[in-house]
Design a protein around this ligand. Structure first.
Ligand code: KMH
Ligand code: ZN
Length: 279
């Protein structure tokens, strides 16, 4: 089986320090969290950033500061900025980090209820984001919160807007969207096109069981505070690295090797940013 890519979603846009005081939010905290997650086995860092008040922002300048700090401190993992930001942000706010030319960025594949609010991704927005990522040679991670989102991604591909490797992030368990269950995961995975890779992000207490299923099924895994702030029932996680470490250990027990950042790039058909800059 292909080696396991572990994505660490270290911060997100919804979780706050009051929910888990170990949440990294400053550039220094995010960098330390990313390095520790990589050390524990993560090969992708899914990145959101915060302003000085700790609120979510999509500011290009803040992303630039955090990404350069991570790279200066030797992070090798693929940095995958969010273009989802927080529900309610405009598309102009959300798209900013792609202009920093990351290797990957998220592309949210449909509108969904998101707790009490609505996370809006209509087809014109998706086309616009996909077109920009294609123009800038960025690999989108296709985030799907619902089954219908898979069909939107396929529609974009049909329109010629996704011509690289297809890598999906199946997010299960957001309140208002598809529930987290093995049956729903299998349903979604069976609809994926041949050759696509997928990762699963289970929300809250579903993070660990869905990660376990993905390890066994040949998928990949996303863990981290964006999706889950607990280590186990009633016990807050101490760090993102703690969550990565557990899943890496589990994969090893189940006989699945962990992909290094270089191996993750090969699986995803990416050339490293260094090569990208040299070309
Ligand atoms: N914060 C969510 C509303 C992404 O990163 O692209 C959207 C999100 C998806 O986190
Ligand atoms: Zn995100």
């Amino acid at each position: 089986m292909e080696k396991l890519i572990i994505t660490a979603a270290i911060c997100g846009a919804e979780v706050m320090k009051k929910d888990n005081p170990n949440l990294p939010v400053t550039p220094e905290e995010l960098t330390a969290a990313a390095l520790a997650a990589e050390q524990a086995g993560a090969s992708i860092i899914h990145l959101h950033v915060r302003d000085q008040q700790g609120q979510p922002t999509q500011s290009k300048e803040v992303f630039a500061r955090v990404i350069s700090l991570m790279q200066e401190q030797g992070l090798q993992a693929i940095i995958q900025p969010s273009t989802g930001g927080a529900a309610g942000m405009t598309w102009q706010e959300r798209i900013q980090p792609v202009y920093l030319l990351p290797e990957m960025a998220t592309l949210d594949c449909g509108t969904t209820n998101f707790g009490d609010t609505i996370f809006v991704n209509d087809l014109p927005l998706m086309r616009n984001f996909a077109r920009e990522m294609q123009r800038l040679d960025i690999l989108p991670e296709l985030e799907c919160f619902e089954v219908g989102h898979l069909y939107n991604a396929l529609q974009l591909r049909k329109e010629g807007l996704l011509n690289k490797h297809l890598h999906f992030d199946l997010v299960l368990g957001v309140p208002g969207a598809i529930k987290a269950s093995l049956k729903n995961l299998l349903f979604m995975v069976e609809l994926l096109p041949e050759g696509a890779t997928w990762t699963v992000a289970g929300i809250g207490r579903h993070q660990l069981p869905l990660a376990t299923h993905a390890i066994l099924l040949g998928g990949h895994v996303r863990v981290g505070f964006e999706d889950n702030i607990y280590y186990q029932k009633g016990e807050l996680a101490q760090s993102n690295a703690q969550l990565v470490e557990r899943v890496a250990k589990l994969a090893t027990i189940l006989g699945r090797e962990i992909a290094s950042p270089a191996e993750a790039r090969t699986i995803l058909g990416l050339t490293s940013s260094k090569e990208k800059n040299n070309n």
